[in-house]
Design a binder for this molecule. Structure first.
Ligand SMILES: Cc1ncc(COP(=O)(O)O)c(C=O)c1O
Length: 445
């Protein structure tokens, strides 16, 4: 190094190469730090894949299940086997996997409308539910036939200061007769820990002790196959989620599922189709093979996504950004939150991730309104399946404190490439908490 040279001038001169080298160094350090965690996630694939294989074997999956019946879809053997396989994988009495579910929100809405009746009370135990459920419940919007408009009472138990379920206030919150409690396993767009399945189990016990007749529903989006146990195994009555998240293994082209007690799954299906048709209707459009194969790949895809999440956590924590959860913390979902603190940084990272995407890399993600969401969102998701968040993607609502929610990743190499690009973008924009400048100054001192 030349000690007499002006470090700032040298830094500017050497900018692109220096930034790339700096980014590669940061990434390598983060990779080394998470290597034992990656090994742990990889090991966890085996028992979960075994569960999937056992389910296939128990239900005698064969090639004749790949085709489906057109029209009404009555007697679709493949669909029926898929339902039973998924019930086994999710440790539930029954499941209904349907391409007619447009999304996780739709599956959750079918579960809530299918089970709740006018006059019932629904109590959310994990504070404000995910943004898209606000209109389903009736907290936001009018005239769309929300639960509230159908006479279902809604209350919320706010999370405590640590972002956890406020168990001290649970008994009071459950004093009025309550038909169902809603638990959101994943953090959604909020800065709070996701719930472990064991914590959900403890809540089920408390709720049933206070009100034995109260049903427990879990929004299971992003949680499937992250832990060894799924919520039905700890007494949850009904769960719902999306197939273009964990369970679809990045191959399912659309769809969602409900799982839990057979009678409740049927009620959710009666809402999806019609009373009297329930789970018996709905073709699989000859896509059964993709659904089975996606499920077969899902444990591996979930592990890769978790490794990408660890890497995102390590890279941004090393730069000094608050992250949730920390690398190495026990996880119950795929979501990795990073508090970027500014609109510019949120957009810069999303742009970099989009540019490193396999599809639509030339697109510039701009904040825009999205159906179901109150805030504008910025989304980086150049994915093969539109909107798939099991493929490496990130998004965030354009509101304080500008938190980036990253998720998915079919292979860790993709996460690495995207992160390196994001680091360069942040350094070039001077949004990297001064880390790049500091390194350059140290090197040229
Ligand atoms: C916790 C949670 N619930 C529900 C949803 C809605 O799922 P979908 O986008 O499939 O409607 C999401 C989406 O990210 C979520 O994070």
């Amino acid at each position: 190094m030349n000690p007499s040279a002006d470090p700032t001038a040298r830094a500017v001169e050497a900018a692109p190469a220096a930034e790339s080298a700096w980014a590669a160094e940061r990434l390598a350090a983060a990779q080394a730090r998470i290597a034992p965690l990656a090994a742990r996630h990889t090991e966890a694939v085996t028992p979960r894949l075994q569960r999937v294989l056992d389910a296939f074997a128990a239900e005698r999956l064969g090639v004749h299940h790949f085709a489906s019946v057109s029209g009404y879809g009555h007697g679709d053997l493949g669909r029926e086997v898929l339902d039973r396989v998924v019930a086994r994988v999710l440790q539930a009495e029954a499941a209904a996997v349907r391409l007619q579910f447009v999304s996780g929100t739709h599956a959750i809405a079918a579960a809530l409308f299918g089970v709740l009746r006018p006059g019932d009370r629904l109590l959310a135990l994990t504070g404000r539910p995910y943004d898209t459920l606000e209109e389903v419940i009736g907290i936001r919007g009018q005239g769309q036939g929300s639960l509230l408009e159908f006479g279902i009472r809604y209350d919320e138990l706010a999370l405590n200061a640590a972002g956890q379920v406020d168990v001290q206030r649970l008994e009071d919150a459950l004093a009025p007769p309550t038909r169902m409690v809603l638990i959101q396993r994943s953090c959604g767009y909020s800065w709070r820990p996701s719930l472990k399945v064991a914590e959900i189990g403890a809540l089920v016990e408390r709720v049933k002790a206070i009100q034995p007749g109260c049903l427990v529903f879990v929004d299971n989006c992003y949680g499937e196959l992250v832990e060894d146990l799924e919520p039905p195994a700890v007494g949850v009555d009904l769960i719902a989620g999306s197939l273009i998240k964990n369970l679809g293994g990045t191959l399912a082209t659309t769809g969602g599922y409900v799982a839990g007690r057979a009678e409740l799954v049927e009620r959710a299906c009666c809402r999806l189709t019609a009373p009297g048709i329930g789970s018996d209707g709905g073709t699989s459009f000859d896509l059964n093979r993709l659904l089975f194969q996606g499920l077969f790949l899902a444990p591996q895809m979930v592990a890769e996504a978790l490794i990408c999440a660890e890497l995102v956590a390590a890279v941004f924590a090393d730069l000094g950004f608050p992250v949730h959860p920390q690398a190495g913390a026990a996880r119950s979902d795929l979501i990795q939150a990073v508090k970027l603190g500014s609109k510019q940084a949120l957009i810069a990272v999303c742009r970099a991730f989009q540019a490193a995407s396999p599809v639509g890399s030339y697109l510039d993600p701009v904040p825009a309104p999205m159906p179901g969401y109150a805030s504008e969102l910025v989304m980086a998701g150049g994915t093969f399946i539109d909107g798939s968040t099991s493929e490496f993607s990130a998004d965030g609502p354009l509101r304080e404190p500008y938190v980036l929610y990253a998720q998915g990743g079919t292979h860790r190499a993709h996460g690495q490439i995207a992160l390196q690009r994001a680091l360069v973008a942040l350094a070039q924009a001077g949004l990297d908490q001064g880390s790049f400048r500091q390194t350059i100054e140290n090197n040229f001192r």
